[in-house]
Design a protein around this ligand. Sequence first.
Ligand code: GLY
Length: 348
Amino acid sequence: MRQNIIISKQFKSELATAISECEKDKIFVLVDETTHEKCWNLIKDDFCLRNAQVITIGTTDSSKTLETLASVWEALQQGGATRHSLLINLGGGMVTDLGGFAASTFKRGINFINIPTTLLAMVDASVGGKTGVNFGGLKNEIGVFSEADAVLLNTEWLKTLDDENIRSGYAEMLKHGLIADEAMWAELINFNLAQPDLQQLSGMLGKSVKIKERIVEADPYEKGLRKALNLGHTFGHAFESWALEKSPILHGYAVAFGLIAELYLSVVKADFPTDRMRQTINFIREYYGTLPITCNDYPRLIDLMHHDKKNCGNEINVTLLGGVGDIRINQSVSEDEVKEALDFVREA
Ligand code: GLY
């Protein structure tokens, strides 16, 4: 199935069209506390949303729980939602993941539209149908594949984001560049993230989303090629879950550090060119800093990697690269190789 992804030029009229194309006896809008104030207030007076009921949840990833999910189901039920109602998810990846899951399971599934408001959600989370919540200390442990009826990317909202959120989303763009081709990778690592030119960034975002769209279309349920999108994420998810137990870091920062580890393993196990790894790491060091892990953290990180959804049996599974654009999925790594890569992350 091809997802309806709209890189918006005239947001309000495109939103009205997207809503008009969905079945809807009632409209519900899911926001978090931040997007309620910064985004919902900008669109709530639109004719197409005049009778919408708003459901508000907490802002941080710690709200991505079964309890929050139950509160959304409850709000839908108490608001009189039927199988013919529409849920609009207006927010970052937490809102689009949790809202997508709530919509896909309420009365066995209602229509939903994603309106991502962060760069991370625009370039990755809201596109491709992965929905879910965290569970048992693990990221996105419970969920389903379920594509939104439409995804509307309003790049105007990039202007409202702080540097950290731009950098977080940009890490996923960097990943898309690494799995795509040299030209895209080179454009990405030569971009000035200290003073981002938002017009150039919007153009790069459009190309980046297309890469993801093509991969998801070819392999929606991650049986093969879609595993390319997991580059940086076996280590990245472990770093993110580890940080969640101490002092949370944004998803994209965890992915950026995960890319360092997995590019190192790509050099060692798949002959990825060392100069390309160094150039990418220099970019990451400049804009994302360092991850404060010590060797005392290794057992917990390895334990987290053993719980990764991408594993098969007892092996830790990663996606590596033989070069920029040369994807090697289903690569198993030993615990010793993981420790070596973690040493590299600390020392690089
Ligand atoms: N975020 C990776 C994927 O959607 O497959």
